[in-house]
Design a protein around this ligand. Structure first.
Ligand code: ADP
Ligand code: MG
Length: 391
């Protein structure tokens, strides 16, 4: 929370610099890391993310001239984004403005008029690293608009509005996880999300003896771009072969029985998804019992399946997991896995809190030796979801 107050002071000062007066409203929404449950969302499965202590923050006031325009300035982008409320709100340039544009469109579609605004935004969630700076930006915008208009949305509706903004305005066909955790996260808790029913359950993770480390490989492999769509199609093919609506409806035994009905590649994709859904449910039980070695084993198993069956890892992510394994439980690492869509981005590790500094140094130096790249590593406790800090 301390961090968040400091951040509010920082954006207030930046707002003052840009617009020459203090802001009337300040809102924040966190990024996230997915502890386990990867590539399960579009298979109607479970995910287990947590909000991290890194945020998108917005400071705002009404424009002095009363114009019906929303002006957004980012500390991280040179171009100013504007939304003219006297016209239909459609995607445009700069591209980054499409995330807030989509959210404004969602409010307008519900008959909620935001009115003109001057906004200054900042993010401590690194952009494009798989920690969902995009969802943080959307949920932050929605939270700011709630404060400004006095119309509070149901948090689930708010998350869905933000997801639609990402689909329709940013052109990213994302699942529901990122916006849900950013909107609904609770301090000291993971969030189990059933992507089929959209039901959520908070799972306490408050044992001070453990921490989560996020290791950014600082690589993002440019692939042909079709990998995500290809994996989705393969999962649909597997479900069709098995005669079910989605892979959520199948357990491991049923998959084995149906193995002959599908291509080997499709079988392996399905094996990851079905295994991952069951690992996620098991992880919740183990977190509830503070059985950290068991959670760690599930994380390693998740990585192996993502690497070998789902084939979405990369040498840098694998290097981090190998280093984590070499440190082992004796050195304070319970488990480690790639997190996010894959092909770069971050790993998440469950570690002993007392060993965080030593593990961070060891991973950083070994990763540098193995890859020649400097990783960015930080720890976070499970943070709270979106909040209004002023107004
Ligand atoms: P991720 O969500 O993993 O960080 P994305 O590619 O989905 O990666 O989203 C990153 C994009 O979100 C950036 O390229 C930018 O367009 C936008 N964005 C997020 N935060 C900000 C910010 N504070 N200022 C400007 N743009 C931002
Ligand atoms: Mg994103």
């Amino acid at each position: 929370m301390k961090k968040l107050q400091d951040l509010a002071s920082f954006v207030a000062a930046e707002f003052q610099k840009s617009y020459g007066r203090p802001p009337r409203w300040i809102a924040a929404a966190p990024g996230r890391v997915n502890v386990i449950g990867e590539h399960t969302d579009y298979n109607d499965g479970f995910v287990l993310p947590m909000a991290i202590e890194f945020y998108s923050v917005m400071a705002a006031d009404r424009p002095v001239d009363g114009r019906e325009v929303i002006t957004l300035r980012s500390t991280l982008e040179p171009e100013v984004a504007t939304i003219d409320l006297s016209r239909p709100v459609v995607p445009g340039v700069p591209k980054w403005g499409n995330y807030p544009r989509g959210v404004v469109a969602g409010f307008l579609a519900r008959g909620i008029q935001p009115g003109g605004l001057e906004v200054l935004l900042h993010s401590t969630v690194p952009l494009g690293s798989g920690l969902s700076s995009s969802a943080a930006l959307e949920v932050c915008t929605a939270t700011l608009l709630e404060a400004v208009t006095g119309s509070t949305l149901d948090p689930v509706e708010k998350a869905l509005l933000c997801q639609k903004a990402e689909h329709d305005f940013a052109g990213v066909p994302c699942g529901i996880m990122d916006q849900f955790i950013s909107a609904l996260g609770r301090e000291g808790h993971l969030l189990l999300l059933d992507c089929r029913t959209r039901k959520t359950e908070i799972v306490p993770l408050q044992d001070p003896s453990v921490a989560l480390l996020i290791i950014n490989t600082n690589v993002k492999h440019e692939l042909s771009g079709g990998e995500y769509a290809e994996r989705r199609a393969q999962c649909e093919e597997a479900a069709r072969n098995l005669g079910v609506k989605s892979l959520r409806d199948v357990n491991v035994e049923q998959l084995e029985k149906g193995k002959s009905k599908m291509r080997d590649l499709v079988y392996r994709r399905a094996r990851h998804v079905i295994g991952e859904i069951s690992r996620t449910v098991s992880a919740v039980g183990s977190v509830r019992q503070s059985d950290w070695p068991a959670v760690g084993r599930l994380m390693y198993a998740s990585h192996v399946a993502l690497r070998d069956d789902y084939e979405v890892s990369c040498p840098e992510l694998d290097a981090v997991v190998k280093i984590a394994e070499s440190i082992g439980e004796q050195g304070g690492v319970y488990g480690c896995r790639m997190t996010g869509g894959g092909f770069g981005g971050c790993c998440v590790a469950l570690v002993k809190a007392s060993s965080v500094d030593g593990i961070t140094k060891k991973i950083a130096s070994d990763y540098k030796v193995r890859t020649g790249i400097t990783a960015t590593i930080f720890s976070s406790r499970p943070a709270a979801g979106a909040t209004v800090l002023r107004g």
